[in-house]
Design a protein around this ligand. Structure first.
Ligand code: TRP
Ligand code: ZN
Length: 854
């Protein structure tokens, strides 16, 4: 293999040719599958360059221009065609074996069905093409396959013809998509499914047929997905005034899928995890996940498909914006505070970590080796935060005017992030020149705040200093919407506003403040920055009680817990005994007893910061002391509040809503952690459970408390769900979550389990991915055995599925906060990977960057 080459944003060049129409003819025949692609090619501008198409892992059979054989060259992945014609019809015939494709990119088989995944650069595994998002073509597709095995033949757009072939055992269909689209939005599915149908009437009165295709026997699990789709369509009309544009919308759920779902025009392909649900097998979180992913893919129809990306460096144009839209959808339909808390957790625990590690990049990356490596929490989630900041600065009304302007200017085009900001700027009249730096600057800015109160002048003053170091360089000052509230000592709100921070250092003065207030800072995470302000315990307790924002109350509780942990880490370092401030316990007790707080919010507060979250708060960590200190603080709180937790638990079991279940189950885990006296509560809940949230809640409590009932409950669960892969995934994750010295042996054993397969990304993620990402203490065991095991797994996945391998390597390349010994062990693992003769581009890019930092 030739050395992997980086591509740079600064080298972008408009295409030399375009393809306005393509006719694809698929003859699906296992190892003898053939694709004929007939394209209408046009030269753009005056030049004599050759037409260069790309193709990968397919066998070229023939190339015709206007029906005649033509000369061509093949160099690596390129097909080079010299011609003087300015406009011609190009026919390319290729063969491939979808059954042998384990990468789940291009055309592959999932459980007996053919399906495709083309984003980002998978279309080149289907035919030689101008596989770049700024080439928009109208597709018509013919698919032919065996009738019995593949009764449904699907592609984008409208079905225009179907019938039998000369061979009576085979049939064919033709699909036509009226909207020009980039190749990454192409999709094809052929298989046997159960079909759930419904409809949606758009606000202008058009009837849209909705179809959800699921594996045979799962029809009863498709209802929530189709209802979520109807809600998404209605919400996009009411909040964004955006209507669906085709007469049919199809969703196909497949078992083998690298990500959550894919927004192919009119034919979304979904991971079964984000479609299938019934109360017996899916948790409340699963239901929420389905609603949000169905929404996300639907919202792409406008933000991504109607207006798409000029090049892949602009990925956040569609992803950041669409994540923002799906977050707003979830927040309008459910609890805004809880949704915000979950988004903040992703930012602080995952995105900050990414930005502090070797893969740090701006939301609009400047250099890429493997595009699949840039579907990141930075592009998606920080990208959504950047959109959210614009929304905060402009306000809903101006933001919606900006969206209108964006669609008016760019419908049907492939555009850049700058085009989006320009539209927001034109529509609102608000200057976003400085704001644009968020697109080009990597790293997490720190906002340091100090305050002063002057009793004589009744002035309160906040001084805000921002700084960012990104990849060794100091960044320029950013435009930061900094939301604050000031509370008086009684808990009344005396100011609540968004400060426009633009300079490296800025002071804000508040007049007529009667006494020293308590500040709530960076309310609701109004910007993706690290806040540096020395809160004391009394201030934090005050904020947990009185902050107007529920998110701020949660933030304050996180602050209280985290401070308590770090103080005890210091005590351990000084060889002093550990201790927990009574005010922390009383604050938590108050929250447990408070009937007035949303139960879902209490559940979030009681889900204290994980080890991984705590590590993100510091520059370097002594993991063993952190483990001991965190354990101590959780146990102290739980023991002190045991009676209250048990009392609340007993009353909550009478309720039947998701928030009550969340609160109840976190109570049960905390109770089980510190006392074995209540084991009967766990077994009773498990036995009485009428839904997966409660069964799993009981199991988690048993695992978390290492209760004696644990083995038998785990075994019962396994027997019950052996043939339901998505539920077995939960069981695999529970197994992998155990903080026991033999957990790695357990995991290795489970890779031989009849339900496990290295070929299925959901299985790999739930067992091994969960272990490396969430079982922090065991993965980072000082012996290095966790690192060795992950490396063995990555070597296997490097060949089977490089995308999944590259996604799972994350904890191994984020080594900078650990002690020298662990760092050396992690680097040794990276060197072992680097030495592989067939290292994929995906892993190469990450390993190489990590070792550069080492
Ligand atoms: N565009 C998809 C989304 O955000 C995600 C996606 C990108 C994807 N690459 C993929 C999905 C590869 C599956 C496989 O919704
Ligand atoms: Zn997306």
């Amino acid at each position: 293999m030739t050395q992997a080459q980086a591509k740079h944003l600064k080298d972008y060049q408009a295409p030399l040719f375009t393809i306005s129409h393509i006719e694809l003819d698929f003859d699906l025949k296992g190892a003898d599958t053939q694709v004929i692609a007939k394209s209408k090619v046009q030269r753009i501008g005056e030049h004599n360059e050759a037409l260069i198409l790309v193709g990968e892992q397919i066998q070229l059979q023939s190339v015709l221009i206007d029906g005649e054989k033509t000369n061509y060259k093949q160099e690596n992945t390129q097909l080079i065609i010299e011609t003087e014609l300015n406009e011609f019809e190009l026919t390319v015939v290729t063969k491939q074996d979808p059954e042998a494709n384990s990468s789940l990119e291009g055309l592959y088989m999932s459980d007996g069905a053919y399906c495709t995944q083309c984003e980002a650069e998978g279309f080149r595994r289907i035919t030689y093409f101008l596989d770049r998002p700024d080439v928009l073509a109208i597709y018509s597709v013919r698919v032919e396959a065996d009738k019995a095995a593949f009764p449904y033949l699907l592609s984008n757009g409208n079905l225009i013809e179907q019938g039998s072939c000369d061979d009576e055992n085979r049939h064919f269909v033709r699909w036509q998509d009226p909207f020009p689209k980039p190749s990454y939005l192409f999709a094809l599915v052929a298989g046997d499914f159960d079909l759930l149908e419904d409809k949606f009437i758009t606000k202008s009165g058009r009837e849209v047929k909705l179809q959800v295709f699921v594996d045979k026997g799962n029809l009863h699990k498709a209802n929530h997905a189709i209802v979520s789709l109807q809600k998404s369509m209605a919400w996009d009309e009411s909040r964004f005034d955006l209507e669906y544009d085709l007469d049919i919308y199809m969703i196909v759920a497949v078992d083998f899928f690298n990500m959550g779902a894919m927004e192919n025009k009119g034919l979304n392909v979904f991971n079964t995890k984000y479609v299938l649900a019934d109360t017996a097998s899916a948790t409340d979180d699963d239901y929420h996940g389905i609603e949000s992913v169905v929404g996300h893919e639907y919202f792409h129809n406008w933000t991504g498909n109607r207006v798409t990306c000029r090049d892949w460096f602009q990925l956040s144009l569609k992803e950041g914006l669409t994540v923002f839209r799906d977050q707003e959808f979830s927040s309008d339909l459910g609890s805004r505070a809880v949704n915000r808390i979950q988004a903040i957790r992703v930012m602080k625990n995952q995105q900050f970590a990414e930005d502090a590690g070797p893969m740090s990049h701006p939301i609009r990356p400047e250099s890429v080796i493997e595009m699949n490596n840039f579907y990141t929490v930075t592009v998606y989630n920080k990208g959504a935060e950047v959109i959210r900041m614009m929304h905060t600065i402009l306000g809903e009304k101006n933001f919606q005017l900006g969206m209108k302007c964006y669609f008016k200017r760019h419908d049907g085009q492939a555009v850049t992030c700058d085009d989006f900001v320009n539209a927001m700027e034109s529509a609102s009249g608000i200057d976003l020149a400085q704001f644009r730096r968020w697109y080009s600057q990597a790293g997490t800015p720190t906002v340091q705040v100090s305050d002063q109160y002057n009793a004589a002048t009744k002035q309160y003053q906040l001084t805000v200093k921002q700084s960012v170091v990104s990849q060794g360089k100091t960044g320029a000052a950013l435009h930061i919407p900094f939301s604050i509230e000031l509370l008086d000592s009684q808990g009344a709100s005396i100011a609540n506003q968004v400060l426009d921070v633009k300079q490296a250092e800025q002071t804000f003065i508040f007049e007529n403040v009667a006494a020293l207030p308590i500040p709530s800072l960076l309310q609701d995470f109004s910007a993706p920055v690290r806040l540096d302000y020395q809160f004391n315990v009394d201030q934090l307790v005050h904020l947990t009680r009185y902050a107007s924002s529920e998110v701020a109350r949660w933030e304050a509780s996180v602050g209280l817990f985290s401070q308590a942990v770090w103080q005890n880490v210091s005590s351990l370092e000084a060889k002093e005994t550990m201790h927990l401030d009574a005010r922390v316990i009383e604050a938590i007790r108050g929250i447990v007893l408070d009937d007035g707080i949303d139960k879902a919010l209490v559940a979030e507060i009681l889900a204290f910061p994980t080890a991984a979250a705590l590590i993100e708060q510091v520059e370097s960590v002594n993991l063993d002391k952190l483990a001991a200190a965190r354990e101590f603080v959780v146990n102290e709180i739980s023991e002190a509040c045991l009676d209250e937790l048990v009392t609340r638990y007993r009353s909550l079991i009478k309720e039947d809503d998701a928030a009550s279940r969340a609160f109840k189950n976190i109570c049960l885990s905390l109770i089980s952690k510190v006392s074995s006296e209540y084991e009967d509560l766990v077994t009773k809940q498990y036995q009485d459970a009428s839904n997966m949230t409660d069964s799993l809640g009981a199991l988690k409590a048993a695992v978390c408390g290492q209760l004696t009932c644990q083995p038998s409950l785990m075994q019962d669960f396994e027997q019950k769900w052996l043939t339901t892969p998505l539920v077995m995934d939960k069981w695999f994750s529970l197994q992998a979550s155990q903080n026991t010295d033999d957990v790695l042996e357990v995991i290795k054993g489970l890779t031989e389990h009849e339900s496990f397969s290295f070929n299925n990304p959901n299985r790999v993620r739930s067992l091994i991915g969960f272990f490396v990402a969430a079982n922090t203490y065991q993965f980072h065991d000082a012996s290095g055995k966790g690192y060795d095991y992950l490396t063995d797994v990555l070597i296997k996945l490097n060949e089977l599925n490089p995308q999944i391998a590259a996604r799972m390597i994350t904890p191994l390349i984020q080594f900078s906060k650990f002690d020298d010994k662990r760092q050396q062990l992690m680097k040794a693992s990276l060197l072992r990977l680097k030495a592989l003769p067939n290292l994929s581009k995906d892993l190469f890019e990450k390993v190489d960057k990590a070792l550069e930092q080492a």
